[in-house]
Design a protein around this ligand. Structure first.
Ligand code: IDP
Ligand code: MG
Length: 149
């Protein structure tokens, strides 16, 4: 089983898409093992997006991501990192496939509703930024025996 870090960004919260996003994750069979709503502090946001520090959009990205409440989750399941990137869709919503969150609900790269870690290493790093060990819940979903062979 893999873990990945998901964020419903401030635009997703403001647009009333929290339930829609969580519903897609749950229905796919992935397990939510930690979840919280909070407004990110600038330092946390800069650390989360450190790989983009040199990009022209970094300042506006940090302003946007800290502009209001977002929802952070740890998601667990088979190949969870790749599966969640697929559920979210391409970074630019105009290029994202229909059926993905970004393809169904977004129009602009800077307002693309959701974040998902891009590798197992990134997931470990991002989970450690946003959650404490005591925030994690370990439990079995009752349908796990029907989700996995
Ligand atoms: P990802 O979210 O699909 O992993 P990244 O390339 O890691 O995409 O970019 C991180 C976030 O930075 C994007 O989700 C988007 O919100 C923002 N971003 C990326 N490229 C641009 C851009 O060219 N203009 C504005 N915002 C951007
Ligand atoms: Mg990324």
């Amino acid at each position: 089983m893999q873990q990945t870090y998901i964020m419903i960004k401030p635009d997703g919260v403001q647009r009333g898409l929290i339930g829609e996003v969580i519903s897609r994750i749950e229905k796919r069979g992935l397990k939510i093992t930690a979840m919280k709503m909070h407004t990110l502090e600038k330092e946390i946001a800069r650390s989360h997006y450190a790989e983009h520090e040199s990009k022209g959009f970094f300042g506006s990205l940090i302003d946007f991501i800290t502009s209001g409440p977002s929802v952070s989750m740890i998601i667990e399941g088979g190949n969870a990192v790749t599966v969640m990137r697929g559920i979210n869709g391409a970074t630019n919503p105009q290029e994202a496939a229909i059926g993905t969150i970004r393809g169904d609900f977004g129009l602009d790269t800077g307002r693309n509703i959701v974040h998902a870690s891009d590798s197992v290493e990134s997931a470990k790093r991002e989970i450690a930024i946003h959650f404490k060990e005591s925030d994690h819940s370990e439990y079995k979903r009752i349908d796990e025996q029907w989700l996995y062979e």
